[in-house]
Write a protein that binds this ligand. Structure first.
Ligand SMILES: Nc1ncnc2c1ncn2[C@@H]1O[C@H](COP(=O)(O)OP(=O)(O)OP(=O)(O)O)[C@@H](O)[C@H]1O
Ligand SMILES: [Mg+2]
Length: 259
């Protein structure tokens, strides 16, 4: 029951964007994209090759600029992450954000620990705290015993685990994961998803993936993106129910893409 003493609190979205577009030459990679992602939500962005997933993550990470608002958009562009303005508070956003890129950015000729030290350099910490933090991250993903091994000898699953903890060194509150399970077999994908779900207690996660069944099983909500446009957004089961006779998200994606 609601009364003045117990007002319903509607949480502010952790990430909110409106009318974000991006054009590369003649390619409209994103076309007036709007999304709202809640705090501690595991949100999946699903779409085929070239749909615009990485472009959106790079804009949200402030790595590339979105197009300025123009007449082709549905309204003026807006964006905030945990209350920080995407277009005016780049530095603050970078402080609260962890980003695992689609292609691993690790150094093969360095050990796992030296990679972590490298990626933690921009963040001030005293030497002992830094080592403790990095060792606890290695422990958390079962890599502690490999900390002195060169990364070029790591398998795909180990590389992904290391890439993920490299993005966690500064205790981000928002984590972007771009195709982190690509090329992994089913048990390894499950392992990475379990790691992602465990981290959800600490913050908000936006993940992109081609593996639609994985997203259906693991994400709280998803958005389907195709040719730069969001086709639908919601809980997987709600979306499926909107597209009879589809019985899973993969079938929904096919129905949407075939118009
Ligand atoms: N730097 C760039 N210069 C020119 N075109 C680009 C650039 N980056 C992306 N594109 C184009 O923008 C569109 C969206 O690309 P994007 O990489 O965001 O897709 P994606 O959904 O991440 O695809 P994938 O699943 O293959 O990773 C594609 O047509 C791509 O060729
Ligand atoms: Mg991509």
């Amino acid at each position: 029951m609601n009364n003045d003493r117990n007002p319903i609190v509607i949480p502010k979205p952790a990430i909110e964007i409106k009318n974000i577009s991006k054009t590369f030459g003649k390619t409209r990679a994103l076309d007036s994209v709007s999304l709202s992602i809640r705090e501690n939500e595991l949100f999946g962005l699903l779409g085929p090759n070239g749909a615009g997933k990485t472009t959106l993550l790079r804009i949200l990470s402030t790595l590339i600029p979105a197009d300025p608002s123009n007449q082709a958009d549905l309204g003026p562009r807006q964006g905030q992450i945990l209350g920080f303005d995407l277009f005016k508070e780049r530095d603050r956003i970078r402080e609260i954000l962890g980003y695992v890129p689609q292609r691993d950015a690790l150094y093969g000729d360095l050990s796992a620990m030296d990679n972590l030290i490298f990626f933690s350099q921009p963040y001030p910490m005293d030497k002992r705290d830094r080592r403790e933090r990095l060792e606890s991250l290695l422990n958390r993903v079962g890599l502690y015993h490999r900390k002195n091994d060169l990364v070029k000898d790591f398998s795909g699953g180990l590389l992904k685990r290391l890439s993920i903890i490299c993005a966690l060194v500064h205790r981000p509150k928002v984590l972007f994961l771009d195709e982190v399970t690509v090329g992994l077999d089913t048990p390894l994908r499950r392992e990475i998803w379990n790691l992602i779900k465990e981290w959800k207690r600490e913050g908000t996660i936006l993940v992109t993936t081609h593996y639609i069944p994985d997203a259906q099983n693991n994400c709280d909500r998803v958005a389907l993106i195709y040719e730069g446009r969001i086709l639908d957004c919601g809980r997987p089961q709600e979306i499926i129910a909107r597209f009879p006779p589809a019985t899973n998200l993969e079938e929904v994606a096919l129905i949407c893409q075939n118009g």
